[in-house]
Design a protein around this ligand. Structure first.
Ligand code: FES
Length: 650
């Protein structure tokens, strides 16, 4: 077999990078090529033991551990999947087998000690070029004691000590103190011989702790999505993420999408408070879980930063989002907000600050600001499309000259909802699919290598793309008549279904199938993104072309980008111009926590961003209907997808 140029797809954690690995390269060589600077003293010759990594999935396809590896790794390490990157490559005997499996086949984990320092910071939350400069400062002071000769009140002596210690405060606005801590201040000062640590939010003393507590200095960044909420606990002394936790947004019990939740709030005046308490409960659970994991006291979290779509933002703040759902779709406030944590019932330091990033419009919120902040799309030379794939999809088109945003109702099909065997991306979900175009045999992978129990978004995109390539479905999304007697099809209530996994293979002991309705749901989701992009381009200048694509969101990170293009979800541009950028909204929230200046940038972005209300544009319906075809009614938009020349339109 020709080994040259054969490649596999590898997910690299904790970087959330999906990369192509040539099978005749070592893992070390691939990482170096990708500019992921893995530790090495021997330049990859297997003699320093620095390039340690863990193969989490697909270990059986790699070569046996070498003599060099046995010198640096214990038997236990090897048994658990630890390898040296420079000694690990695909076993030649397995190359043929790789033909049969589909991405994502492999996952490797790079431990902190194997990454060079700069990159370690990047992976742990501090973005490249982000200087650590939090809005909250913690300063240890030895405060002058009062005397009859020097009868200066406590607060004045405390402020004097800050000015003496940190010259940065000297030329700024005067330091003030939160009224709520006045009563406890005398006790704290005297408890430890006037040795205290003050916490300042900008120029206001918001807390004072006995002794030197500067090492306990944390913040938490939240991304509140319609379906999922994520919390990142960050050590503000070094900018590293100490723990991450996510959970289903419990508001989903009151409606999967934003419109249903808005109606729920409109129907009863108590429902806003109900949804507010539900999201607070979720966030407090994330605080508890991340603190437990990192062994941190929640009272040492001094600030939380929050991004989320406009409806989630309003509900979190306990303010009514109802007008967002009514034309002209107006939020109550656009500007960034700083609110006391205790006012919001968020269980961090009782005087802690909560920073909510600004929102753009009714249906384009602070999460989009987060994506722009972390992707730096406004500095790109080429015209770039960024899509944040979630229940509410956000579309950003920008470069150095323009920055336009809009939103589309992508629905929750890609989260597995309204799909006959759909499920979230959890253990047992089919997450990638390949179909043999001759035999229609299906090859799939599941999350955690478990027997399948359903199919998640990335599996669905693959399944539909592969069904098109096998001509099982037509460009209009209908099952082709040609194959309907094939054993892979079953009839249920007069409807045809295509069997992805036979009941003998599944742990639910029933077939996992793709139905006609499932295909329609995917068509609607992909058409929402593509038509949204077209409407914005039409508005801007019909002749413009997208040159690169950023796929954001957890789903965007694991989708097979080439198949997303094949079904017409994103434009026809070369695969190497498609970048999967992870949870960019969450990263934006982290950046706001790490550097106060990023918040000024967030505010300034509002002056640059143009907002397009996609759904009310005259061309939207036409663009949407045309984008319902695979990849589009007009094949001229996808000239490089030659396979479509042989796929019937209907
Ligand atoms: S780089 Fe030195 S052992 Fe791998």
């Amino acid at each position: 077999m020709e080994v040259e140029n054969k490649s596999i797809i590898i997910d690299i954690e904790p970087l959330s990078r999906r990369v192509t690995h040539l099978v005749d390269n070592s893992l070390y060589e691939t990482l170096i090529k990708l500019n992921i600077p893995i530790s090495s003293l021997c330049g990859g010759s297997g003699t320093c033991g620095k390039c340690k990594l863990l193969i989490q999935t697909g270990g059986e396809y790699f070569n046996q551990p070498t003599t060099n590896e046995k010198q640096f790794l214990s038997e236990e390490d090897i048994k658990n999947g630890w390898r040296l990157g420079c000694e690990t490559r695909i076993d030649e005997k397995c190359i043929q087998e790789l033909e049969k499996i589909t991405s994502p086949q492999f996952r490797i984990y790079l431990p902190n000690e194997s990454l060079l320092e700069d990159f370690k910071i990047l992976t742990n939350g501090l973005g490249k070029g982000i200087k650590l400069n939090p809005a909250i400062k913690k300063i240890f002071l030895e405060v002058l004691k009062p005397s009859l000769k020097n009868p200066i009140p406590d607060v004045e002596r405390l402020i004097g000590s800050i000015l003496n210690k940190d010259i940065n405060y000297k030329n700024k606005v005067p330091i003030t103190i939160d009224f709520n801590i006045l009563n406890e201040l005398p006790h704290i000062l005297r408890e430890n011989n006037h040795k205290v640590t003050v916490i300042l939010h900008n120029n206001k003393i918001t807390a004072c702790e006995s002794g030197d507590t500067t090492k306990d200095y944390y913040g938490i960044a939240f991304d509140i999505g319609t379906t999922t909420v994520v919390g990142y606990l960050i050590n503000l002394n070094n900018g590293k993420i100490y723990a991450v936790d996510s959970k289903l947004n419990s508001q989903t019990a009151f409606g999967e999408d934003l419109i249903t939740r808005l109606t729920f709030i409109k129907d009863n005046k108590n429902n806003l408070q109900l949804l507010n308490s539900v999201i607070l409960k979720d966030l407090n659970q994330l605080i508890r879980n991340t603190c437990k994991e990192a062994n941190v006291n929640p009272s040492n979290i001094y600030e939380a930063t929050v991004v989320g779509n406009s409806v989630m933002h309003h509900i979190f703040l306990g303010i009514s989002p109802v007008n967002i759902g009514l034309s002209p779709f107006i939020p109550i406030i656009q500007k960034a907000l700083n609110v006391k944590a205790r006012k919001l019932n968020l269980n961090i330091s009782k005087n802690g600050n909560v920073y909510c990033a600004p929102i753009i419009a009714g249906f384009v919120g602070a999460d989009t600001i987060g994506v722009i902040l972390s992707s730096n799309i406004e500095h790109e030379k080429e015209l770039t499309l960024a899509i944040d794939i979630g229940t509410n999809g956000e579309i950003i088109i920008g470069n150095r000259k323009v920055l336009i945003v809009g939103s589309c109702a992508a629905g929750s099909a890609l989260e597995g909802a309204h799909i006959s065997d759909g499920m979230r991306a959890a253990s047992g979900a089919i997450d990638s699919v390949k179909i043999d175009t001759e035999t229609l045999n299906v090859f799939y992978t599941t999350i955690g290598n478990k027997d399948p129990i359903g199919i998640c978004g990335s599996g669905l995109v693959d399944a539909v793309a592969e069904m098109l390539k096998s001509k099982i479905i037509t460009r209009s999304g209908s099952f082709s008549k040609e194959f309907q007697n094939h054993s892979r099809f079953i009839k249920k209530d007069k409807n045809i279904e295509f069997i992805l996994a036979n009941k003998d293979e599944t742990s639910i002991k029933k077939n996992i199938t793709i139905t006609q309705n499932d295909i329609r749901q995917i068509q609607m989701a992909k058409a929402a993104f593509y038509s949204g992009m077209r409407v914005i381009i039409n508005d801007l200048n019909k002749k413009l072309n997208i040159n690169q694509v950023f796929l954001a969101g957890a789903f965007g990170n694991y989708i097979n980008a080439s198949n997303a293009k094949f079904i017409g979800m994103i434009p026809d541009i070369p695969d190497e111009k498609i970048f999967q950028i992870g949870n960019a909204a969450g990263k934006g929230a982290q950046y706001c926590l790490l550097n106060r200046d990023i918040r000024d940038k967030a505010q300034q972005l509002l002056n640059k961003i143009q907002y397009v209300e996609i759904a009310i544009k005259n061309d939207f319906q036409k663009e949407y209907a045309e984008a319902m075809y695979f990849p589009h009614l007009n094949l001229n938009y996808f000239p490089n997808l030659k396979e479509y020349n042989n796929i019937p339109k209907r």
